[in-house]
Design a protein around this ligand. Structure first.
Ligand code: NOJ
Length: 510
């Protein structure tokens, strides 16, 4: 990895790849690492700075890689360690960084640690997981519920007569992070990957990592229940940050911080320099495409984050309905407004593969469904590279592991040379960020706006405005030139005093 540019993850755009669905080099209908390598030129052309890959490690795939059976290898469906090394090297040649997904909250029940742990009450790894006796009436040790399905988070293991804790599937036993052995093992896992040139990790379920030590019953089990010991979770994060900071260039930590208020979110940055580098903002994803709602989420984050902390903004991921469907109901004008917002706020934009095409959620039903855990298949369908059979994702005759969406009309090949396409808009927005330091790192300040619209200043000189309503609006006091307008019809126009925005449109004025 290049020993330069320690702020690449603040300045650049991140791109999330679901490896099974990006590009299939082997022709078996499942995406793989060699496929990602074959598409690096595209990512370089698009202008992103780094890629985050959803889990790449061996797994029985009951939760599609989030049930890890070996933290130091590559899933055979995706390739080999050698393929991953090649990906890192080829990405590096193009100035791109590779971030992997780390799943420390739980393992697969097929992981050797758990196989050993369940073998006897005195096994070496027994205390790496939570084991408790049932209550005298036979009920589970506490009221905690699984995030998948909502049943008890405890499963009885017949061999030793005790129950183990699992916040997700019963085949995903939770690790006990009070155990020093677990902490040491994950230090080693991180070093294993950092030594191979991985730029950092996206860390799964990080906000719930260390469980409350005495496992208290939920006060109100109806609420979104938090079971984490915050202080101890932060202690683990500081330990990881010190480890990541020990590398040159410094490795980065991106957290799946599943919290709904800005103060709590801010806490995962620690002082701003001693915990996570980036903490996902879920309130932003849960908001609707409404000017006041989104502005409030952004203002709250801006106010709560410590001065050295850096926000990250996401519209889609592998667990959510894709934003062109969720936020925009398929209205392409809205998709363009959302892309403008994502790529111009203060913070790192994270694009989910296909966002740049406006890829929509795909209806996946019946026998085609693969995600038994939570029915999220519709956000995970193959990347749409071309309109040919196989969508440029796999070879023409192969059956893709999940059905294709509207690839015949919506694909990279069709959009690449079309200046009016979503892909061109995204590429131009990324290029504009590169050109203007203020768009990358300038401060954020909300500006007065008309109802239904949202406007902000970046740094001293750049104004961004979106009209998220069906009526024309005007914004006073704007001077300069339109650099990019969402419908592209205004690009280059001078603005002297009043910026007029038609329904569902936006512009950047420099
Ligand atoms: C969050 C991941 O994003 C999701 O896909 C997974 O099912 C759960 N964590 C459990 O690991």
């Amino acid at each position: 990895m290049r020993a330069t540019d320690s702020t690449w993850w603040r300045d650049g755009v991140l791109y999330q790849i679901y490896p099974r669905s990006f590009a299939d080099a082997s022709g078996d209908g499942v995406g793989d690492i060699a496929g990602i390598v074959s598409r690096l030129d595209y990512l370089e052309w698009l202008g992103v700075a780094g890629i985050w890959l959803n889990p790449t490690m061996p797994s029985p795939n009951l939760d599609w890689g989030y049930d890890v059976a070996d933290y130091c290898d590559v899933h055979p469906d995706l390739g080999t360690l050698g393929d991953l090394d090649r990906l890192v090297a080829e990405a590096d040649r193009r100035g791109l960084r590779v971030v992997l997904d780390l799943v420390p909250n739980h393992t697969s029940d097929r992981h050797p640690w758990f196989i050993d742990a369940r073998s006897s009450r005195t096994s070496a790894h027994r205390d790496w997981y939570f084991w408790r006796d049932p209550r005298p009436d036979g009920s589970p040790p506490n009221t905690w519920r699984s995030n998948f399905g909502g049943g008890s988070a405890w499963e009885l293991d017949a061999r030793t007569g005790q129950l183990y804790l699992h916040h997700f599937l019963r085949q995903q036993p939770d690790l006990d992070w009070w155990s020093e052995g677990v902490r040491d093992a994950f230090d080693e896992i991180q070093r294993f990957w950092f030594d191979r040139g991985i730029a950092g990790f996206r860390i799964d379920v990080v906000s719930e990592l260390v469980k409350l030590r005495d496992l208290p019953d939920d006060v109100d089990p109806g609420e979104f229940a938090r079971h984490a010991d915050a202080e101890e979770t932060h202690r683990v994060l500081r330990r990881w940050r010190a480890l990541a900071d020990g590398y040159q260039p410094r490795r980065i930590l991106i957290g799946e911080t599943w919290v709904m208020d800005a103060e709590n979110l801010a806490s995962f940055y620690g002082t701003g320099t001693d915990e996570l580098h980036l903490a996902f903002n879920f309130p932003f994803m849960f908001a609707s495409l409404d000017a006041a709602e989104l502005r409030t989420v952004v203002e709250q984050a801006e106010a709560a984050l410590p001065p050295e902390a850096w926000p990250v903004w996401t519209g889609s991921n592998h667990d959510f309905v894709r934003f062109p469907t969720r936020w925009c109901g398929g209205d392409e004008r809205k998709v363009r407004c959302a892309l403008l917002v994502l790529l111009t706020l203060r913070g790192t934009p994270l694009l989910y593969y296909g966002d740049e095409l406006g890829m929509e959620q795909v209806e996946v039903t019946g026998g085609a469904a693969r995600d038994a855990a939570d029915r999220r298949d519709g956000a995970r369908t193959p990347m749409q590279w071309s309109g040919e059979r196989g969508a440029g994702f796999t070879s023409a005759g192969a059956e893709p592991w999940l059905p294709f969406g509207d690839y015949a009309e919506r694909n990279v090949e069709a959009q690449r040379d079309d200046p009016g396409s979503h892909l061109s808009l995204v590429r131009d927005l990324i290029a504009l960020r590169r050109e203007h330091p203020e768009l990358r790192s300038g401060s954020y300040e909300s500006l007065p706006r008309a109802p239904g619209s949202w406007a902000w200043r970046r740094g001293d000189a750049i104004t961004v405005a979106v009209n998220l309503s069906g009526a024309e609006v005007g914004l006073e006091g704007v001077e300069g030139r339109v650099a990019i307008s969402t419908d592209r019809s205004r690009d280059g126009d001078p603005v002297d005093g009043r910026l007029r925005l038609g329904p569902w449109s936006g512009a950047i004025v420099t």
